[in-house]
Design a protein around this ligand. Structure first.
Ligand code: HEM
Length: 407
């Protein structure tokens, strides 16, 4: 068995599209990931994905972005705006977890901050569970801890949410509710089709936990980095200050450029189930493991130009090249939440009112609408506990006063 690392855009695209290459990134994270969509292969993956694709459609994204997300963004931000400052790492995770919970179908019956913190604790444990391969301590003990967290999450959040949806399904079967009246979330879609795909309760539990972490962690990481990169860009291009307020496509372009340069999941990994040859000539033998180095792939100068390592939201790209590079993957496992997270690219002639900006750009825009800038007295700090470039703290202040809440 050989370890092969792919660093060019063309090779990585070929790998993502090759059906003989099977997911390898989560081998040690079975307790959460054993049969979740990103870890399935072949027909099993196709059937699960087809089902979930029914939810992840343009009309659902529009509903989320225009109707369901804005009040969550406002209410998550409100206490920080009232204080005139925030710490972005915490704020970003809270915000994206609240949005991911809605998408996954994790109900919040109490709606209290304590409930949010408990859900956040579960989420942190699930992330550890998914990335057990990189855990340096006692893996078995950690896996047991993750399983206990899954069971507690089930009792507190999942089971009541499933009971509510079961009642709604009964009302739907009795024709008291239309399919349109059912909640638009992953849990509802899975329960509606549970018999057809023979999904066990444990499978549904893992899938919902995975959706929570897939939606929240990636988007929160991107959120923080976009804000940081915009601050950096404005420091060097003060003439662009007005764009963060007047041009919503600018913030979206900064998001795409950030996701290209700093992919939230910096590597893809696959096992070769058969021999393969990439169009560049690279030969892969059955049993080899292939790592896709997305940091290098997304800086491939033959695709993104000689200044590919730099942040430039005004970058000109050849037709057909996505501004986020391969950060959302491609092929059968391509990110199902891509349009939800980052919107779609605006084309000449598109209707700006119908445009999908994506939840990361919308959340970042909301900060800038409130005059967000770095806290001059409290500089950001990097997270020293990991070799990956995560911020540990990122203090910001808001210049514009919080809107008056109705009494
Ligand atoms: C900036 C935000 C995000 C980034 C960078 C990102 C990145 C990715 C990548 C690279 C993959 C492919 C993994 C592979 O091929 O091995 C993926 C798959 C996936 N993502 Fe995302 N993601 C983001 C947001 C989201 C959101 C908001 C959701 C939830 C709605 C989501 C749900 C998923 C799911 C379910 C898959 C598996 C799809 C499949 O296997 O068919 N992601 N994501």
């Amino acid at each position: 068995m050989a370890e092969i690392t792919v660093t060019t855009f063309a090779d990585a695209r070929d790998c993502y599209r090759n059906r003989d290459l099977r997911q390898a990134l989560y081998d040690a994270g079975e307790v959460i990931m054993s049969d979740v969509v990103v870890n399935l292969h072949g027909a099993e993956h196709r059937d699960r994905r087809r089902l979930e694709n029914r939810l992840f459609r343009r009309d659902t994204f529009t509903l989320y972005e225009q109707d369901l997300f804005p009040p969550i963004i406002e209410s998550t931000l409100a206490p920080y705006l009232a204080e005139g400052k925030a710490e972005l790492v915490t704020l970003g995770h809270q915000l994206m977890m609240n949005l991911a919970a809605l998408t996954a179908g994790v109900d919040r019956p109490q709606g209290t901050p304590e409930e949010t913190f408990r859900l956040y604790d579960y989420l942190t444990t699930f992330i550890e569970g998914a990335t057990l391969a990189h855990y340096t301590g006692d893996k078995e003990a950690k896996a047991a801890e993750v399983l206990a967290a899954l069971e507690a999450f089930d009792a507190e959040f999942l089971a009541p949410g499933m009971a509510r949806r079961r009642e709604l399904l009964e009302q739907h079967e009795a024709e008291e509710l239309t399919a349109d009246d059912l909640p638009k979330d992953v849990l509802m879609v899975l329960m509606h089709n549970q018999d057809r795909l023979e999904l066990t309760h444990e499978t549904i539990r893992r899938e919902i936990a995975f959706y929570l972490l897939a939606g929240a962690h990636t988007s929160a990481t991107a959120f923080n980095r976009v804000v940081h990169n915009i601050f950096g860009w404005l420091a060097e291009h003060p003439e662009d200050e007005h764009r963060v307020r007047d041009d919503r496509l600018f913030v979206q372009r900064c998001t795409h450029e950030t996701i290209r340069l700093q992919p939230s999941s910096p590597t893809g990994m696959r096992w070769a189930q058969a021999d393969a040859r990439l169009s560049s000539g690279v030969a892969i033998a059955q049993g080899d493991r292939v790592t896709l180095d997305l940091l290098a792939v997304n800086r491939d100068p033959s695709v993104f130009g000689d200044d590919a390592t730099e942040f430039n939201p005004d970058r000109e790209l050849a037709d057909g090249v996505a501004p986020w590079g391969l950060s959302f993957g491609q092929g059968m496992h391509a990110c199902i939440g891509q349009d939800l997270a980052a919107g779609v690219t605006f084309m000449d002639g598109d209707d700006p009112n119908a445009h999908l900006f994506g939840l990361v750009p919308v959340a970042v825009q909301t900060l800038f609408d409130h005059g967000c800038r770095p806290d001059p007295d409290d500089p950001p700090e990097m997270d020293a506990s990991t070799t990956r470039p995560y911020f540990a703290r990122y203090p910001v202040v808001f210049d514009s006063p919080a809107p008056q809440l109705p009494s």
